[in-house]
Design a protein around this ligand. Sequence first.
Ligand code: TTP
Length: 672
Amino acid sequence: MPVARPEASDARVIAHVDMDCFYVQVEQRKQPELRGLPSAVVQYNEWQGGGLIAVSYEARKCGVKRSMRGDEAKAACPQIQLVQVPVARGKADLNLYRSAGSEVVSILAKSGKCERASIDEVYLDLTDAAESMLADAPPESLELIDEEVLKSHILGMNREDGDDFKESVRNWICREDADRRDKLLSCGIIIVAELRKQVLKETEFTCSAGIAHNKMLAKLASGMNKPAQQTVVPYAAVQELLSSLPIKKMKQLGGKLGTSLQTDLGVDTVGDLLQFSETKLQEHYGVNTGTWLWNIARGISGEEVQGRLLPKSHGSGKTFPGPRALKSLSTVQHWLNQLSEELSERLGSDLEQNKRIASTLTLHASAFRSKDSDSHKKFPSKSCPMRYGVTKIQEDAFNLFQAALREYMGSFGIKPQGNKLETWRITGLSVSASKIVDIPSGTSSIMRYFQSQPTVPSRSADGCVQGNVAMTASASEGCSEQRSTETQAAMPEVDTGVTYTLPNFENQDKDIDLVSEKDVVSCPSNEATDVSTQSESNKGTQTKRIGRKMNNSKEKNRGMPSIVDIFKNYNATPPSKQETQEDSTVSSASKRAKLSSSSHNSQVNQEVEESRETDWGYKTDEIDQSVFDELPVEIQRELRSFLRTNKQFNTGKSKGDGSTSSIAHYFPPLNR
Ligand code: TTP
């Protein structure tokens, strides 16, 4: 079967770097006496020695597997050292591993475009670096080639019997007659070997890598020779690699789509797909999926390495297997509170360190119904706009859960807590924050910042969120993936901290590995679900919120809340330490915004007005003029007139004395 020539992207040099038995290495760095010993990281000790989540290569040699419990691992390998994963709030605390992953990312990111794909995986686009090397110091001109380079596994490399392995690698890398693609790959091999050595030197961690012309092939290759090795896929070796690759081993084909390919089309390996035309695959699986399948059969993937060092979403999850399944609303709420607390903490750090905010909160759960013939019915995932502050996240997460539960139970109805006829059990819960965006500088950021604080969703008598439950494309995040529910179920606990991009599929429901369905529970006062459309969606709401105080100039802004209204209701006094710890700093702003939003109650408004003098925590005459340069003219005008009525406002030039205050000072989260 002829293989179509890939696009120009085959001249790219992409690496996938994957840490070896990562959590074990992190623990070994903490306790160096564990190095070289069979060891594993476990969660929980109370049942059969806890579940293994990471296993050292020494322990793997003794037959220890990740699927085992601690007791089983000890039976298989009596000398195994089990290290308990850190625990906080009754669940695994992965912060140690997350920051160890960040150390690695910061080293790798110096080499080119870098995408953090998970807690311990990174993609690098090394094309520019490889091209520079090829131009300045091509491999054949090098007198000395590092040993680490010579240990590389090059797929399809010809080697006569008896040829020295390293010598063969050297010859392959230094071929003068190689085509440009292979020459670029050779440069990639040298660069990646150097990077891996650097990572080892600076972090004490070993990693493995795949080097190829695209992300898909690089990822496949990185797992082929572990630990501490690198594997290369030259263009000429692609067909052979894919012809023997079981279809289910391919990313995104481990679920229903892979099963369908096996049973409906009799496809066992990725290479088997070559026998089907693009049209045929499209007929079966839709246009996008069909084309994607046709491409992967040929090793073609146009997926770009995204310059992203930070996670695309944050999540906190926990599973409750077997007898630990949750069966009452109060225990669900307890765990949602713990998970929300962790999520809020991470959102707070992200805001503080990276000036990023998340726009969507999503609740996922796995469940079963005890008296159910349709026990495989999925528990629906629900999303709503993100409100910062731990109590708000807890409240929203629980509301989302109840809305989802109501839908899940359908005609069964939700049995009240304590009722003996309870018909549901929760085996996994997770809350995640997605659609994370940078806070842009300037006023619009401030407006969006406040606009993203919707009012509290109202509740019905049964405590469920009111509003239409509707599937929206914006909430389904077709391009992002978190560890699938299947994976979560296999894991004692899951960190859903990092997401990465998938191709867009037309028939998402064909593959269980893809994003699970997500509905949006519309919060009555703010139905925005997408950052880009959020301000549009908020117009009505915001107009209502401040309607009582609108003047003509505000009306020109059609629904934009006046910055004066925000300031009026905003306590700029830095939050106390206690507040900072317990509640993201956004919450104090949010509390004010919320107060404003519920200002239909004139008494509340009156109180706000009365307390303004005391709440207003900075001296208006200390505001630097330059602050206003960041604002649009009409807002500058509005704000000036407000300040004039309160204090004498100096309309002169900026102080320019170095003590310049910034607008950020009035917004503690930005300031801190
Ligand atoms: P992996 O990269 O899948 O595995 P690993 O680094 O332990 O081992 P390998 O050398 O084979 O790549 O996962 C990275 C870390 O994520 C792992 O050390 C522990 C954690 N993890 C879980 O907590 N649960 C899981 O189910 C998986 C797969 C990983």
